[in-house]
Design a protein around this ligand. Structure first.
Ligand SMILES: *[C@@H]1O[C@H](CO)[C@@H](O)[C@H](O)[C@H]1NC(C)=O
Ligand SMILES: *[C@@H]1O[C@H](CO)[C@@H](O)[C@H](O)[C@H]1NC(C)=O
Ligand SMILES: [Zn+2]
Ligand SMILES: [Zn+2]
Length: 474
């Protein structure tokens, strides 16, 4: 018995040990990868390979193909091999957490997290904000709230690790397994580990930390993998053509709400229209191919697109944008605005028209406004602002005027020295006279008429050209 077993095991990688009905051959070049993949993610038992019968392998491959939405051929065909080479979450697709009795969830609505250490790939502030935004994705659709701890034991401990790191799920160098997370519970439960052998980024190259973190937090809150390929909880990592298109799928929302229920109220925005005037017939058509925007801003995790007397409000998790009158939120504001940006460090949105600007927080226009734009440090020659955007990581605001831009320090409250500079020198590919700018997912989105430029500030290059109204899913 013993010697036979050794012989068969030694034989494994090199020979065709058993007849395979032509379905999966032991000498298939992808067999090693397939075996590892099935063991790691589909609780395939090694000893099955000893059998003189390929049917368990075939049925396991079919199970994997079914879960990942592939044709269930039972063969290691090219689309199956392609998908097995893709980066993915390290949490298994089956057989993992289902062994815990009941569906684990947090028995409280206020959850703490701590970022234990950092990757060298990104500045600390970028990691902080990516983590915060990834938690907000779930906060917005549940009654849950999150707060950060800087020391001690938090519910969700977040760390960057390499290789073997003290749990039974070692990481595997660059590619393949990117991160994993444990379901809710005490101790290491709820914790998230990121594989620091990945190249973590917030842009299109490398692995996007925000997207990966949002997925892993789904596990930390009690969700398993979903076989719906449009969902965040699908196990394979995908970069959408533009991270701007990110929103939770209905499947993700149904999943998390089955554990925690719906948000108590619109707690995150804290903004409700003060009057519900139904839009008039002359409202702008969101899918008009010529649509341009006056100004664009974020507001507490949502996006606001201003046009004439109206604004579209779009949350990150819902594909549908709502149309409102600007006056329904802020009765004293003018229409046809020039520029708007959210100073996230102050929970304010600053809104510009002509030589004046207003600061709003939630529904309220703050006392002391409007103020003159020259109080920000502009020379008298500047009569209006075309566009403005706040860069969260650096806590700087960029003001675009004609073919120049200024940079304002939101911490020290002064205009930075050495400005204005030419837009084309620092934002190559961006036309002068921009209508609006937005920062999201590590990119700047410049709006110019009906065209939108996705600009990667690290690579200093335009990465996509889109229609301005692509945010409204046109
Ligand atoms: C981060 O902390 C974890 C847990 O203490 C440790 O295993 C890991 O090596 C640390 N990683 C880095 C990059 O310091
Ligand atoms: C997602 O699944 C649907 C059917 O379930 C399929 O038509 C579509 O091509 C899949 N999309 C991707 C990107 O794999
Ligand atoms: Zn996962
Ligand atoms: Zn781990």
């Amino acid at each position: 018995m013993g010697p036979l077993l050794i012989l068969v095991v030694l034989c494994l990688p090199v020979c065709s040990a058993y007849p395979l009905n032509g379905a999966v051959r032991q000498d298939h070049p992808g067999m090693d990868l397939a075996q590892q993949y099935l063991e790691k993610y589909y609780s395939f038992k090694k000893n099955v390979f000893r059998r003189k019968d390929s049917s368990p392998v075939v049925s396991k491959i079919r199970e994997m193909q079914k879960f990942l939405g592939l044709k269930m051929t039972g063969k290691l065909d090219s689309s199956t091999m392609d998908l097995m080479h893709k980066p993915r979450c390290g949490v298994p697709d089956v057989g993992g957490f289902t062994t815990f009795p009941g569906s684990p969830k947090w028995r409280k609505n206020h959850i703490t997290y701590r970022i234990v250490n950092y990757t060298q790939d990104l500045p600390r502030e970028s990691v902080d904000s990516a983590i915060e935004r990834a938690l907000r994705v779930w906060e917005e659709v549940t009654p849950l709230t999150f707060s950060r701890m800087s020391e001690g034991e938090a519910d969700i401990m977040i760390s960057f690790e390499v290789g073997e790191h003290g749990d039974f799920l070692p990481f595997d160098g660059p590619g393949q397994s990117l991160a994993h997370a444990y379901p809710p519970g005490p101790g290491f439960y709820g914790d998230v580990h990121f594989d620091d052998d990945e190249k973590w980024t917030l842009g299109p190259s490398g692995i996007n930390l925000f997207l990966t973190a949002a997925h892993e937090f789904g596990h930390s809150l009690g969700l398993y993998h979903s076989d719906k390929n449009e969902s965040l909880m699908y196990p394979i990592y995908r970069v959408s053509t533009s991270a701007a298109q990110f929103h939770l799928s209905q499947d993700d929302i149904d999943g998390i709400q089955s554990l925690y229920g719906e948000p108590e109220r619109q707690k995150n925005l804290g903004v409700v229209p003060v009057s519900s005037v139904s839009p008039r017939p002359e409202t702008p058509a969101k899918c008009d191919p010529a649509l341009s925007f006056d100004a664009v801003s974020t507001l507490r995790g949502e996006f606001l697109f201003f046009k004439d007397r109206y604004l579209w409000r779009k949350s990150r998790w819902s594909p549908e944008a709502e149309l409102h009158l600007i006056s329904a939120f802020w009765p004293s504001l003018p229409s046809s605005l020039d520029a708007a940006y959210e100073a996230r460090n102050k929970d304010s949105v600053l809104i510009f028209k002509g030589g004046q600007f207003w600061a709003v927080r939630g529904n309220e226009v703050q006392a002391g406004y409007p103020k003159r734009i020259h109080t920000l440090g502009f020379p008298p020659s500047v009569k209006k602002i075309d566009a403005a955007v706040f860069e969260e990581e650096k806590k700087k605001t960029y003001f675009f005027v004609g073919d120049k831009y200024w940079r304002f320090d939101e911490t020290r409250h002064i205009m930075d020295k050495g400005f204005p500079r030419l837009i084309r020198d620092d934002f190559p590919g961006i036309e002068p006279q921009v209508d609006a700018v937005l920062q999201a997912f590590g990119y700047f989105y410049f709006f110019h008429g009906s065209t939108q430029y996705e600009f990667d500030p690290n690579a200093r290059t335009v990465t996509h050209m889109l229609k301005s109204n692509s945010w409204l899913l046109c």
